[in-house]
Design a protein around this ligand. Structure first.
Ligand SMILES: [Zn+2]
Length: 557
């Protein structure tokens, strides 16, 4: 915490008559906040704060509204989100018709022949109750190639996109993927799964280079996404798995003072290549770790380097998570792992030796066990307390996994919002016991493991209230229950999206709670998250967002 004495100072801004959920160590509730410069200077009663006013103090009457610390979205692919937002944002669309309308709108502003991208659709939310297909898209986009990603390693393409990729009824199935074909005619339906996605996505060429124009593109997309996040009270994001050209784009924005919100980025390390393509090169990772000469956490409260991002397996919906048991349909995960476990362990050793933290995507129970045994080995060899390794996703921790995470202080970075957005599909893949244990936040907490919660935009919607709702209600968007055992309290929920997420970025002393001396990052809400009916959490609007002491979004007069 910044060590400042604010006695006698007059805040430039005070918020009074609120319900301030401070998320301090006692979960105290206050009435009013004072902000001096970019810091919180006072937290107390309305009366106390009114006594601090000076001639230049602006006073905002919250009229009973609830205030929480600015949300730290500790897993959010910001740059990818920008791409999506500039294309077709299909999250939350409730019919194929709505999807068509969204594509049509994009078509009207895109020159013929140019690619239209987008994603976030899921057929379980469509009123038509069927998979969308290429012909649905052709109706509104006959002349533009269109590719719209679905959650879980699947793309929907129109005929133009298939044509450019040379995919037709005679195209053989790729090794690690599926081109869905109509059972009667043999015509491709436009759905490409896993390894087949690359047949089309590789044609889109504007990614991953270091030239000047690309950096401009990165900057524009990042701003698009971050300006949207402000409306949701998100004041810091941790971008997990950033390529070098994108890092450069971020840095340019930082240097120009144009980052709309605070950012920590995790450099892409090992296993980050698409699951369909070849594994990434461990030698490159080793060089990067060593030659950079610095490691996480490096930077300041606006822009910093975070842990290295590794990835092991795929996900549940696409049946690409590495599990001990077969899926409910009897099939086993037959997946190309994204990394070689022996190489991984070597890299863990190097990282631990140098002081890099590691955040690693592991979804399946077996993957998580293997990764944790590797962590245990390297931590035993080079014990140190300046790293914060974490398991990302960790859907089904075994007893052994919980034991290692507790003993070795390895945190969990979890995404309860998945349950809301895509949970309706889990019954196709998981048995009832697995469904009720999926993302077992309560179990992690009971085992004294540090848990941070986040959105994983673009795998789920960035709206933090979806995740908060899921963490306490454990319900899908269609209202199905994933069991009550792993529900957590509202107070816990708030901590996991704020102060605990700030722990992942090494910033729990400057962010994540409303206490004097901390950065003035604050969200004013339309609903009282601590007491409102569960379903109202989903309807919560952010009425005001303050970052660094400045109001950056407001619809309060
Ligand atoms: Zn992710």
């Amino acid at each position: 915490m910044h060590n400042h004495d604010f006695t006698g100072t007059s805040p430039h801004l005070i918020l009074i008559n609120g319900k301030i959920a401070t998320v301090d160590s006692n979960n105290s509730i206050a009435e009013a906040i004072g902000i001096f410069g970019n810091l919180i200077s006072h937290v107390g009663t309305t009366q106390e704060l009114l006594k601090t006013t000076g001639p230049n103090t602006k006073v905002i009457d919250l009229q009973g509204k609830t205030v929480i610390p600015g949300i730290v979205d500790s897993h959010n692919h910001v740059y990818q989100a920008g791409i999506l937002m500039e294309g077709v944002m299909a999250f939350g669309l409730e019919s194929i018709k709505e999807l068509q309308e969204a594509v049509k709108a994009k078509v009207s502003e895109t020159p013929k022949g140019k690619w239209i991208r987008g994603g976030g659709w899921i057929e379980s939310q469509f009123a038509e109750n069927r998979m969308p297909n290429r012909w649905d898209l052709d109706e509104v986009a006959p002349d533009h190639p269109v590719v719209l990603s679905r959650l879980f390693a699947m793309d929907l393409c129109n005929s133009k996109a298939l044509e450019l990729a040379g995919i037709n009824k005679n195209t053989p199935q790729p090794q690690r993927g599926t081109i869905d074909k109509d059972p009667k005619t043999g015509e491709p339906t436009g759905i490409l799964r896993n390894g087949a996605q690359a047949l089309v996505s590789r044609l889109i060429k504007d990614d991953y280079n270091s030239n000047y124009n690309f950096q401009e593109l990165v900057e524009r997309r990042v701003k698009t996404a971050m300006n949207e996040y402000l409306q949701y009270g998100i004041t810091t994001v941790l971008d997990p798995g950033v390529s070098v050209p994108v890092m450069r784009g971020y840095q340019n924005l930082y240097k120009k003072g144009e980052l709309p919100i605070r950012l920590q980025m995790m450099p892409e390390a090992y296993g980050l290549a698409a699951i369909s393509s070849n594994k990434s090169d461990p030698n490159e990772t080793e060089k990067f770790m060593d030659y950079l000469g610095i490691n996480d956490p490096f930077g300041n409260e606006w822009f910093s380097i975070g842990p290295l991002k590794f990835a092991v397996d795929g996900g549940v919906g696409s049946k690409t998570a590495l599990m001990y048991e077969p899926w409910i349909d009897g099939t086993k995960s037959n997946i190309p792992l994204r990394l070689d476990f022996e190489e991984m362990e070597k890299l863990f050793h190097k990282a631990q030796e140098l002081g890099w933290s590691i955040g690693i995507h592991t979804c399946g129970d077996k993957a998580q066990d293997i990764v944790l045994e590797a962590f245990k080995k390297v931590i035993d060899r080079y014990p140190r307390n300046d790293v914060r390794h974490n398991i990302i996703h960790g859907y089904f921790p075994t007893d052994r996994a919980l034991e290692i995470m507790k003993e070795y202080n390895i945190a969990g970075s979890l995404q309860p919002g998945f349950m809301y957005v895509e949970g309706d599909l889990y019954w196709d893949v998981l048995n009832q016991e697995q469904i009720e244990y999926f993302t077992p936040i309560k179990t992690y907490l009971n085992n004294k493991i540090t848990v941070a919660c986040n959105s994983d935009m673009i795998s789920a919607h960035y709206n933090p209230f979806y995740g908060m709702y899921s963490a306490v209600a454990r319900k899908t968007s269609q209202g199905k229950s994933l069991g009550a055992r792993e529900k957590i309290s509202r107070e816990e929920m708030l901590r996991l999206f704020t102060i605990n997420s700030a722990y992942l970025t090494f910033e729990e002393n400057t962010k994540g709670s409303i206490e004097a001396g901390k950065l003035a990052d604050i969200a004013v809400l339309s609903h009282d998250l601590l007491t409102c009916p569960e379903s109202d959490i989903l309807k919560t609007d952010v009425n005001m967002t303050i970052i660094d002491g400045k109001i950056v979004h407001s619809n309060i007069n």
